[in-house]
Ligand binder design. Structure first.
Ligand SMILES: Nc1nc2c(ncn2[C@@H]2O[C@H](COP(=O)(O)OP(=O)(O)OP(=O)(O)O)[C@@H](O)[C@H]2O)c(=O)[nH]1
Length: 223
């Protein structure tokens, strides 16, 4: 018998989440896919017990804010002190989409070069890759292609959904931000990723982006 507590209300998805920019979004429709709705109604969704789990890996340069992003996602906390991730860390978060239990397994990987070898051994089997850059650091955006290439070496490129996420939006002025956004949107289109810009400090766009990550992983996973 299940002893798990009910899923928190803010982790229940009954409406299709918005996208950040229509020009760099994986799903722009206003309603759930019919196949997904039917599968949920008929309970044809679980392959791992009652639960569906999606493996998400979060990659990007050191100190771009991967750990803070995951902490805001999962615990709604923010730590201004930098502690480098050693190898990998792991968080599990439960959601409910259209009445179906669904969990994200989030793998926080180290951005430091010396830990790359350890971290990359955890890339395999990812359904979603979140490539993170700092919107105040153009070099970190430039390095995202290498992170993607490394992540895809361990996975079937046709079997993963990609997100390009810019962090630390609170530190950039609107003018600075709009410059980097053009490059980020271009890249997101080239690699077919959904683009988001967020702040883990203020929480700006975090809730919407979280729901969209969950929905896209769910949608991708269901068939
Ligand atoms: N102002 C601001 N600071 C942030 C934000 N996100 C992260 N930081 C800060 O940036 C620093 C690095 O954040 P981390 O999340 O540890 O970076 P990381 O990418 O996990 O770093 P590695 O584990 O070394 O790869 C920390 O001092 C954070 O407090 C944000 O949205 N706004």
């Amino acid at each position: 018998m299940s002893v798990l507590p009910p899923v928190r209300r803010d982790r229940v998805i009954a409406q299709l989440p918005q996208c950040f920019r229509k020009e760099a979004a994986i799903h722009t429709k206003s309603d759930f896919n019919n196949k997904v709705k039917t599968a949920c109604q008929e309970q044809r969704t679980g392959t791992v017990g009652r639960f569906k789990i999606s493996k998400v890996i979060v990659v990007g340069d050191l100190a771009v804010g991967k750990t803070c992003l995951i902490n805001r996602f999962c615990k709604d906390t923010f730590d201004k002190n930098y502690k480098a991730t050693i190898g990998v860390d792991f968080e599990m978060e439960r959601f409910e989409v259209l009445g179906v239990p669904f969990s994200l397994q989030l793998w926080d990987t180290a951005g430091q070069e010396r830990f790359k070898c350890i971290a990359s051994t955890y890339y395999r089997g990812a359904q979603v890759v979140i490539i993170v850059f700092d919107v105040n650091d153009i070099a970190s955006l430039g390095h995202t292609r290498q992170w993607l290439e490394d992540a895809l070496k361990e996975n079937d490129p046709t079997g993963v959904q990609l997100f390009l996420v810019g962090t630390k939006k609170d530190l950039s002025s609107p003018a600075q931000y709009s410059q980097i956004e053009q490059d980020a949107l271009r890249l997101a289109n080239e690699i077919q990723a959904e683009y988001w810009a967020v702040s883990s400090l203020t929480g700006e766009c975090l809730d919407c982006s979280k729901l969209k990550h969950v929905y896209i992983s769910f949608n991708w996973n269901i068939f």
